[in-house]
Design a protein around this ligand. Structure first.
Ligand code: NAP
Length: 295
């Protein structure tokens, strides 16, 4: 039986936020710059509201500027593109975040491609995606970068490890695979059409689950001693009528098998917002040719 270590994403995120706050204070003192993040929310999706509010609060707490722009749910694509163009042109805005999903009448690809890649703090613009895969200086998507930070903190070097990512979304799975490849892992990327998912997962020294299926990954899917990063956030009805959050990994079954695992909540989630602040600060430095702090 393996002793399973808990990877504390909350503590890691707090430490990263403190490093961002210190770097922001130095930018202000030395260059009179306060990096600014603009969040755009179309419609009033309740979970998007919660995310945007949480992001704004964390942004201000780190000493960065935060502005929110709200458009009605019926807003057209042209209206949103006009707003993005205005934010691209605004020198006080270093990072632009358009909260997804967007209403059906708006093509998210057209909106993402309209964002200035230098201000694309989500790292979704094709120019940043290309740079990530080709080894250039990209803005890297926040959730997978947060996962990478937790992996480095847990394992040190990742070189030579067999890594398997479950899920191939543009937001998590694909950029996660690119990051692991850049760390010299041998990378497998599995999805809903993969044959024999448990066998693929069992190969992994590093297993990242990002499928959005509650507790899909069972204890028997995990190689003994593997490091497991659970990105999934799934809401299930609780016994008392309240909902409870579970990940994509059957957490209790992973105990005694995994070498280390992130909990849900308190694992990857807090790192995502901290990495958004990091990206905003880095964007502010790069746009002005100022040396980037090590974060
Ligand atoms: P997504 O866009 O829905 O993608 C899900 C991926 O999982 C797809 O590639 C899909 O395969 C694959 N998949 C679905 N069911 C599967 C199955 N039964 N077996 C194998 N693969 C399966 O989701 P996402 O945006 O990547 O998010 C994934 C999860 O992470 C969600 O729970 C989300 O809430 C969570 N998340 C958390 C954070 C955070 O900060 N903690 C951030 C982002 C997302 P196909 O491509 O074949 O359809």
């Amino acid at each position: 039986m393996v002793e399973t270590r808990l990877i504390d994403g909350k503590a890691a995120a707090q430490a990263l936020r403190a490093r961002v706050a210190a770097a922001a204070a130095a930018l202000k003192a030395q260059h009179a710059i306060v990096p600014g993040l603009a969040a755009v929310l179309v419609g009033a999706d309740p979970s998007s509201e919660i995310y945007v509010r949480g992001k704004a609060k964390a942004t201000r707490a780190a000493g960065l500027d935060s502005v929110e722009h709200r458009l009605p749910a019926a807003a057209g694509e042209a209206e949103l593109l006009r707003l993005v163009a205005a934010l691209n042109a605004d020198p006080a805005v270093d990072g632009i975040l358009v909260q997804l999903p967007l209403p059906a009448q708006i093509d998210p690809h057209r909106v993402i491609e309209a964002i200035d890649p230098a201000k694309d703090v989500d790292g979704f613009h094709p120019q940043n995606v290309g740079r990530l895969w080709s080894g250039g200086r990209a803005m890297v998507p926040c959730t997978p970068y947060g996962c990478l930070m937790l992996l480095r903190q847990t394992l040190g070097s990742l070189t030579g490890a067999e890594a398997v990512v479950l899920g191939r979304s543009n937001i998590v799975g694909k950029p996660m695979a690119a990051l692991l490849l850049a760390e010299n892992c041998s990378v497998g990327l599995a999805h809903s059409k993969s044959r024999d998912l448990p066998a693929i997962a069992r190969r992994a020294d590093i297993l990242v689950a990002a499928v959005g299926r509650p507790e899909l990954v069972r204890g028997g899917w995990i190689k003994p001693g593997a490091t497991v990063i659970d990105v999934g956030v799934n809401r299930l009805p609780g016994a008392d009528g309240k909902s409870r959050l579970v990940g994509d990994v059957a957490f209790a079954e992973a105990q005694g098998v995994a070498g280390a695992i992130t909990p849900v909540p308190g694992g990857v989630g807090p790192m995502t917002i901290a990495c958004l602040l990091r990206n905003t600060l880095i964007a502010a430095c790069r746009r002005r040719g100022i040396a980037e702090p090590a974060l």
